[in-house]
Design a protein around this ligand. Structure first.
Ligand SMILES: NC(=O)c1ccc[n+]([C@@H]2O[C@H](COP(=O)([O-])OP(=O)(O)OC[C@H]3O[C@@H](n4cnc5c(N)ncnc54)[C@H](O)[C@@H]3O)[C@@H](O)[C@H]2O)c1
Ligand SMILES: [Zn+2]
Ligand SMILES: [Zn+2]
Length: 377
């Protein structure tokens, strides 16, 4: 079938994106679902900083590619052998597909399934198949097995989780990346216990989800840090007890206000200065959890002596260390009961025509999650 999609042909084009237009709205050909695959009508897809990093060339990808890895939609067709899904089902997309068989999956870490990462580098679905091509027949790459900046996607059935039809799809979409990553970093990676103190550094879609997760998880003191005063004001409304601008005096101010630092610091900014700041405001004996994804070549220096003698740890969190089929229902239930009000993360809607404007706004730092509605004109 012919579908409309936003196709990325070149990484690293200059801003403003409204002029360089890295994403081109085009018609492409989408093959029907093969064995074990499903056709999804995309209802909503979030614009995540990871997509922006792909546009900026912070991480090389096979081109041309249809990006977009956070979204929700409706199953329209099932390929042969698909079980547990039927046309009409509502689903959230997962940007890591678990094969269930590799060492990582067997050890209970489906969020880092190695076969999923191999397919990502090649720009295919996890099976190695491609279902996207240009109208002239040239190949178009898949992104994380999803490619959601389009009207429809063919994905492997393991790339989606069925959800209740009571959840608005534009809210469900947020769970696929921002919420699983941010709230998951708090619940799973940090294993927050009620009454503990948490700091979140970098208050975008992921960081605000971590903040809402810290509120839901019963954190006592919640310290929010960002470069944007507007985001700090929002964080305060949403449950932060202390807010700090990420300026020169920040480390000292946080350490003073907290009597030496915070036990758990979650870094969700994706730049090295934020990671350095996060380590510096972590208390002796505390943990820095990093979820941001800077340039693939970036390197980070720390003092092994301080790490050891102050018994600090730096731990990484990918997709919130989630087991999606376990954690998504739990997080959706918190949302249903008003305890994880992630609908607040939505900063408005964009159409496929407006994607370059959407990424320009994200690069400016003026929005949280904008939601693409690919069928709106
Ligand atoms: N680990 C994962 O699984 C995963 C998943 C999704 C996104 N990410 C990564 O997480 C990061 C955040 O994504 P997002 O979509 O929330 O981005 P975003 O652009 O919405 O938010 C980033 C925030 O960081 C703030 N910031 C920038 N520099 C800072 C500094 N020096 N100190 C403090 N704050 C600073 C910005 O003002 C902004 O509020 C990105 O690097 C993204 O690639 C990781
Ligand atoms: Zn993302
Ligand atoms: Zn696996």
């Amino acid at each position: 079938m012919r579908i409309k999609a936003a196709v990325l042909y070149e990484q690293g084009l200059p801003r403003p994106y409204t002029e360089s237009r890295p994403l081109r709205l085009e018609e492409v050909e989408l093959d029907p679902p093969g064995p074990g695959e499903v056709l999804i009508e995309i209802a909503a897809a979030g614009l995540c900083h990871s997509d922006l990093s792909t546009i900026e060339n912070l991480r090389p990808r096979p081109l041309p590619i249809i990006i977009g890895h956070e979204g929700a939609g409706i199953v329209r067709e099932c390929g042969p052998g698909v079980r547990g899904l039927a046309p009409g089902d509502h689903v959230v997309a997962l940007f890591v597909t678990s094969c269930g068989e590799c060492r990582d999956c067997v050890r209970g870490k489906p969020n880092i399934c190695s076969s999923s990462f191999a397919a990502r580098a090649k720009g295919t679905l996890p099976s190695g198949a491609r279902r996207l091509k240009r109208l002239d027949g040239a190949a178009v790459n898949h992104n994380s097995g999803l490619s959601l900046f389009a009207e429809y996607a063919v994905v492997t059935a393991e790339s989606v989780v069925k959800i209740g039809q009571d959840i608005p799809l534009e809210d469900a979409a947020l769970f696929g990346c921002a919420v699983m990553t941010g709230a998951g970093a708090v619940f799973n990676t940090a294993r927050l216990r009620p009454g503990e103190d948490v700091a979140v550094v970098g208050l975008g879609g992921v960081g605000m989800s971590a903040l809402l997760g810290a509120v839901a998880g019963g954190a006592s003191r919640i310290i929010a840090v960002d470069r944007s005063a507007e985001k700090l004001a929002l964080a305060r409304q949403w449950g932060a007890t202390d807010t700090f601008l990420a300026d020169e005096g920040c480390v000292e101010a946080v350490r003073e206000a907290t009597g030496g630092g915070v036990d758990t610091v979650i870094e969700t900014a994706g730049v090295l200065p934020a990671l350095e700041l996060s380590v510096a405001i972590t208390a002796r004996g505390g943990q820095t959890i990093t979820a941001g994804l800077p340039h693939v070549q970036a390197r980070f220096a720390f003092s092994p002596f301080a790490l050891v003698s102050e018994e600090r740890s730096i731990r990484a969190s990918y997709m919130g260390s989630c087991v999606p089929r376990r954690d998504l229902p739990m997080m959706l239930d918190l949302y249903r009961r008003g305890k994880l009000p992630v609908d607040r993360l939505r900063s408005g809607f964009v159409s496929l025509e407006e994607m370059n404007l959407g990424f320009e706004r994200l690069a400016e730092g003026s929005v949280l999650r904008q939601i693409l509605r690919p069928h709106s004109g």
